[in-house]
Design a protein around this ligand. Structure first.
Ligand SMILES: Cc1cc2nc3c(=O)[nH]c(=O)nc-3n(C[C@H](O)[C@H](O)[C@H](O)COP(=O)(O)O)c2cc1C
Length: 194
């Protein structure tokens, strides 16, 4: 048993994106985090995910594209809304897109491939935390917008599992309420009856 791993898992929490700052993880750290992200259960070994790195100046280019797309959808944006879109990907020093790439397979249903993508995103969050960084997994409106996904580099058949924002974090964020486990767990008591 590794008590330090158990303590780490029991204490994990997301860092608010506004509190993520430089320095970003190094290339070597990112490579390790991605190896951990890809080390997830994957029925049929179809590798139904890929990863996109957004860092440096491209984060601002994306902000400009998202602001223009938001204006197309919503009409004129006031200054505050415009700034919000301009800064979407520039708040954290690194954003990693976890992209679900479902494939045709004779046995594995596509929803299971999507679940494997969720596991990859969670492993990525944990890997970032294990390297001492804060992380936050979000999706936001551009994940549900076909043109938004295209601007972010996804092909038409791909979906967003999450944009994991990563950066240095001082810690100290209050935890959120956690589930009451007694309400969630039961011994099996027979078939469901309505
Ligand atoms: C698939 C998925 C999408 C999410 N999208 C958003 C989002 O768009 N905006 C947001 O504020 N939080 C979003 N969240 C929630 C954040 O990850 C949130 O900060 C987190 O649940 C905090 O809980 P934790 O401390 O247990 O990590 C999303 C979570 C998941 C699993």
């Amino acid at each position: 048993m590794s008590q330090s791993v158990i303590d780490f898992m029991l204490a994990r929490r997301s860092a608010p994106i506004a509190e993520l700052k430089e320095p970003a993880p190094s290339d070597a750290e990112i490579a390790t985090m991605l190896r951990i992200a890809a080390r997830v259960p994957d029925h049929g070994m179809v590798q139904p995910w890929r990863f996109i790195l957004y860092r440096g100046e491209v984060r601002h280019e994306i902000g400009r594209m998202l602001a223009a797309r938001a204006q197309e959808r919503e009409g004129h944006l006031d200054e505050k809304r415009q700034q919000q879109e301009l800064m979407r990907f520039a708040r954290a020093p690194l954003v990693i897109g976890v992209v679900s790439v479902v494939k045709d397979h004779p046995k594995v249903p596509q929803w299971e491939m999507l679940l494997s993508g969720g596991a990859a995103a969670m492993n990525l969050v944990l890997a970032a935390n294990a390297h001492g960084y804060g992380a936050n997994w979000i999706t936001n409106w551009y994940s549900e917008d076909e043109e938004g996904r295209r601007l972010l580099g996804l092909a038409p058949n791909e979906r967003v599992v999450g944009f994991v924002h990563i950066g240095s974090h001082d810690g100290g964020t209050a935890d959120r309420p956690r589930p009451d486990m007694e309400a969630l767990v039961s011994e099996y008591s027979g078939p469901w009856e309505a």
